[in-house]
Design a protein around this ligand. Sequence first.
Ligand SMILES: C[C@@](O)(CCO)CC(=O)[O-]
Length: 314
Amino acid sequence: MATAPAKLILCGEHAVVYGRPAIALPLTDLRATATVTPAPAGSGPLIRAPDLGGQWRVTECPNEPLSALVLKIVEQFHIPTDIEITIHSAIPIASGMGSGAAIATAIVRELLAVGGQTVPTATIAELVYESERGYHGTPSGIDNTVVAFEQPIWFQRRPSLPPLIEPVTIGTPLTLVIGDSGVRSPTRLPVGAVRERWQAEPERYEALFDHVGEIVTAARTVLAQGDVAALGPLLDANHALLCEIGVSSAELNRLTDAARAAGALGAKLAGAGWGGVMVALTTPDQATTIAAALRTAGAVQTFITTIAATVDAA
Ligand SMILES: C[C@@](O)(CCO)CC(=O)[O-]
């Protein structure tokens, strides 16, 4: 069995599609799994996804993104094809937590393990990126990257170059409360809407994206300093900009307001928006109070998670 984590965009979503930096975190205790078992000779790969409500033979729907991913990997890495791939995920789907990237990464890891292959983490991230394109159209690549590397990352697209991917130093552990609005919102919808607005009003949106980029840069500094109190207002400011960009919702605003009223240091929507999750930054002792406030304000589920302090790998 192979696994891969959920992810959370701490700051910089949407602007990251337009070349500004973003910071993403792996949520290592919330994972997707993939298990390969042998199947009868000549049957070809079958994907069983009980949590997603189905199973399918990849050759019968070769353009479905996970099927395309499996077909590509078995061919490229000479993996046996008479297999069943069973996937499970504890990650809410279409919620901004990277469930698609985590499932795809778990599948890639499991297929490579079955084939006795070892490849660089960056290669796994690239393979998953192709599959994410099938779902999302124009993803920045941040989701597949943080899920594959499983460490806090700074991610920035660059013209004519591979994206800049750097470890982010976390000076002191972060306690986060994630609230799921329960509204399912496929990433490609808000991403597509932002593209239309950017095309209609490029100067306005470029300025908003610049402002997001400044917040992300400031967040990196205070994260390294372990200054959790200074991070909160940056998350609030990022949320205000995401509202202006047009990707928040009444449900998400209700949850971020409730988190702040319950004592959060800062709160923002996390991911593509219009639904999905929000995140609140808190001191450890306030976490359960904030989770309770989020549920009262309509969150269908909450997760309390700690992001460990890192040693700078750079
Ligand atoms: C909204 C977005 O910025 C983050 C989705 O997790 C889209 C992307 O980066 O591909």
